[in-house]
Design a protein around this ligand. Structure first.
Ligand code: ZN
Ligand code: ZN
Length: 278
């Protein structure tokens, strides 16, 4: 587990000052790859043969305050064990969309013992696709259908909203979460539609799609880190991190240097085990 102070990307970030003053909001990156883990099976490219542990990535899930899980990666079992997460504390799972790499962890999570019944939240379309793909395991969860932009209460001081994004032909959302600081989690999108942009102002951390660095290797339905840098400069976020890191990008070290060079200190690349306190 890595604390904010360990980050080269934090530097003199004001985030650190607040760690000392009040109970912080915790953001833990459980997995930060896209589609398949890195290194890819059998591959010997520069990323896949890197000795830097930050280049070993499982599929994307984010845990907030140890109880709110954003997306359910197929690697969730390993992620929970690796980062000493207490699965009985998870109360809510919010889904950005129902592609395999974001929902197949529901199968493992459906067999969590001694915890509360987890509330699974997304739109009616995303939840019904998840029901089709995950099947009977979905019965382990209470489901809560949310409409886009509708404020969903999670606890006394935690709220979430689904913010529509374009992601190919797939129904997909960014998740805005206030727990209590506002963050936006948008691991996969091609475009933030104009009506959604107003929800992106004044956020503590924006977490964006990093599946390709440029148009090289860009998959349909995804923005590039290059575009994310422009978007991140436009929105009023104190910090912008890329997750969902793809295979046609670069090593963590080179990517981190590149986003800092082109975007400045508020930009960074997430990695598995990165824990922020904001
Ligand atoms: Zn490779
Ligand atoms: Zn997707």
């Amino acid at each position: 587990m890595v604390d904010a102070q360990d980050l080269g990307s934090c530097g003199s970030n004001p985030v650190e000052v607040r760690i000392l003053s009040r109970a912080p909001m915790e953001i833990l990156f459980l997995g930060t790859s896209s589609g398949w883990p890195l290194p890819r099976l059998g591959c010997k490219c520069e990323i896949c043969s890197s000795q830097d542990p930050k280049d070993t990535r499982l599929r994307p899930s984010l845990l907030v305050n140890r109880n709110i899980l954003l997306d359910a990666s197929p690697d969730i079992y390993t992620e929970i064990k690796t980062h000493n997460v207490d699965p009985t504390k998870i109360t809510h799972i919010i889904l950005t969309h129902a592609h395999d790499d974001h929902i197949f962890g529901l199968y493992d999570l459906s067999h969590t013992y001694n915890g509360p019944k987890i509330t699974l939240i997304s739109s009616s379309g995303v939840l019904s696709k998840a029901r089709r793909l995950v099947g009977i395991s979905m019965r382990a969860f209470d489901t809560l259908e949310a409409k886009p932009f509708e404020k969903i209460g999670l606890s006394k001081d935690s709220y979430a909203w689904l913010i529509p994004v374009e992601h190919g032909s797939e129904e997909a959302y960014a998740i805005k979460l206030k727990a209590p600081k506002p963050i936006v989690y948008a691991p996969e999108f091609r475009r933030i539609i104009p009506s959604s942009r107003k929800e992106m102002g004044d956020i503590e951390v924006a977490i964006l799609d990093g599946s390709s660095k440029t148009s090289y290797g860009q998959a349909k339905g995804h923005e590039t880190i290059e575009e994310g840098l422009r978007f991140g400069k436009d929105v009023n976020a104190k910090r912008v991190l890329f997750t969902n890191i793809g295979h046609k990008t670069d090593t963590h070290g080179k990517l981190e240097a590149s986003v800092k060079e082109h975007g400045g200190d508020k930009f960074g690349i997430a990695f598995d085990g990165l824990e922020l306190k904001v």
